[in-house]
Design a protein around this ligand. Structure first.
Ligand code: PEP
Length: 249
């Protein structure tokens, strides 16, 4: 049985005080014990998150990482900094990073390797745009992305990667892929991972769905055979809705 993992991507929301408030509220929620819940606040709130989440089962993640280890890279945050701040997970290749910062599969692959080499878990995002879906090339796009982001990652590390399938047209739009549409792509990803590695490895890899996941659609999405959790944006900014998604697993 694969683990169920729900991660909340706060994006560029919540200053330190607002983050503390949300984390305090989250701590009061009852979360299903068999599910891993992760919060990914902005960098500026990581230290506060560690302080508040001490003793809680909620795990901490970051939203991105630099490819560089240290030095003259103004504005960048290294993996060592994230590790020392208390992060166990790092989102890489979110569609907003691909769109606004022109991140390529090659760069995302290098970031995923950097995260793995430092003992943290990458949450690697893939997904097609609306134009690509309407053009009938979802399978081609997702296959290229998965191959690209997993390139050169050996089987023993592949099983540690979390893949987040996030159709770009469903992110922050209120449009969700239907459970059947999502399952179809998740199955495709699982089959591809089987051919890249083995059935055993593919069976271990957690594949999350992301795109307007809310308490009222989470249960149906999460009950699909190849959907092992969710990467949640908007709905993770309220403690009760994030908890409801965790508890829908
Ligand atoms: C996301 O940004 O990863 C995301 C899935 O956002 P939302 O849940 O708001 O669609």
């Amino acid at each position: 049985m694969r683990k169920k993992i729900i991660a909340g991507n706060w994006k560029m929301n919540k200053d330190v005080e607002e983050s503390a408030q949300l984390l305090e509220e989250l701590k009061k929620q009852t979360l299903a014990p068999g599910v891993t819940a992760i919060v990914c606040p902005p960098y500026t709130s990581l230290t506060e998150a560690v302080r508040i989440l001490k003793g809680s089962s909620i795990q901490l993640g970051a939203q991105d990482v630099s490819l560089q280890d240290d030095g003259a890279y103004t504005g960048e945050i290294s993996i060592r900094m994230l590790k020392s701040a208390g992060c166990s997970y790092v989102i890489v290749g979110h569609s907003e990073r691909r769109q606004y910062f022109k991140e390529s599969d090659e760069l995302i692959n290098a970031k995923a390797k950097k995260v793995l080499a430092n003992g943290l878990t990458p949450i690697v995002c893939v997904g097609e745009t609306l134009q690509e879906r309407e053009g009938g090339i979802t399978e081609k796009i997702v296959t290229t992305q998965v191959k690209g982001v997993m390139a050169g990652i050996p089987a023993e590390d592949a099983a540690k990667v979390i893949i987040a399938y996030e159709p770009v047209w469903a992110i922050g739009t209120g449009k969700t892929a239907s459970p059947a549409q999502a399952q179809e792509v998740h199955k495709l990803i699982r089959t591809l991972l089987t051919s890249l590695y083995s059935a055993t490895v593919a069976d271990e890899i957690v594949v999350q769905y992301g795109g307007s996941v809310k308490p009222d659609n989470a249960k149906e999405l999460l009950s699909q055979l190849d959907i092992d959790g969710a990467l949640v944006g908007g709905a993770c900014l309220k403690a009760d809705s994030f908890a409801a998604i965790v508890n829908a697993c």
